[in-house]
Design a protein around this ligand. Sequence first.
Ligand SMILES: [Ca+2]
Length: 463
Amino acid sequence: MSTISRRSFLGSSSLALGGALLGARSHGAAPRPPNVVFLLGDDLRPDGLASLGNPVVTSPNIDSVVERGYCFRRAYTMGSMVGAVCLPSRTMLLTGRSLFHAENEASGVDPASYTFPKVMKDAGYATLHAGKFGNSPKNITTEFDETVDPGQAADVAGHVVDFIRRRASEAPLFIYMAGREPHDPQYAPDTFYAQYNPAEIPLPASFAPFHSFDNGEMTVRDEMTLPFPRTPEALRAKLARYYASITYWDSEFGRVLQALRDAGQYENTVFIIAGDNGLSLGEHGLLGKQNLYEFGGMHVPLVFAGPSIPRGETNALVYLMDVFPTVCDLADVSNPSQVDGSSLASVLRGRSRGVREWLYTAYGEVQRAVTDGRWKLIRYPLIDKTQLFDLRHDPHEATDLAALPKHVKRVRSMLEKLGELQRQNDDPVPLSVASPRPADWSPELLTPEQLQYQVEETKRSGG
Ligand SMILES: [Ca+2]
């Protein structure tokens, strides 16, 4: 198990860091800004690494970074209005803008926009995007010096290693590695699949054969990658593939770490390890990222490591859109005013415990959630349903408390807070509709066309 999970909240120890958090020097007296290597997993869950507490997966290379870094345990992507949660997530990451503002960035070229790659390039960084085309807006990926979509992890790592060898001596590096793993079909060479025996893989705590009500997105593509009802056997096989893909991705990342060492740049590199969105893997009977549970669509891993970044972890509520302004602070690059995210540098420096008291997430017109860290409310407007969970005592969201009389006031005040956050974020979706539809759902409600589609998706994803 991890060492990081045993660490307590970072206290005053980091106060001693004083002034600039970073500022390592190389080549004599000339200060060289830190390199920034951003490793983004595609559908990497917040428990998707050994160092993040997963007892099954093997990820020694990424762990070696995570274990000397600072972990944000409660990091989220704000949400999505479409099934492809990846796209708005990466747009928010690369613009620092919130969901309903970032959408506009995705729709076309905005010459006045200050994107993450543009700001780093203007600050003198050599910039590389190596990863999936199509998951990030083209007008943003083309703002990197070099942008490639070479395919699987081995090819992505090959490009990154080559970039380090060519460019490290001339400028600080900004490398955005955003490849395909561990997204389904959870690709890995056979030697990695062979490392995981499905029969030995534990099921998630809140495993269920199917979701007990219609959350508005029951038959979206990701949910169709295993048959209903989910069986322990099918789920274990999928989990084995997921972990194998992570282990493969990790082994290739090891080559990148070695290239940084060979270039004499490892010690002067800020690493960011994150996922673009979470993923349900059997929790509540779900398989996709189109839901707002903690082991679901929006909760992601987020770790910073590097020069003068302390070891530690926090439960501060943060978004992926906070990464861009944070890196600006860490690299001493001026922070563009258009960003909606908040720099987390003060948290990393131990000067504050967080940057927001409430955090909200959104999915389509069908789900909204709000949390203060302990209490979590999920609202399903189209079926007029509200869930309330006490995450402190029920981290797997097994017991819905919304109907209990003693929580009536809490539900009401959290719904008001949710509406307030929607207004702040220009979210137009109503929390109630005039004619709610029935909430009941079971696999018997699948149409013949949906059943056929499911067969095809199951084959395609290797599930
Ligand atoms: Ca994704």
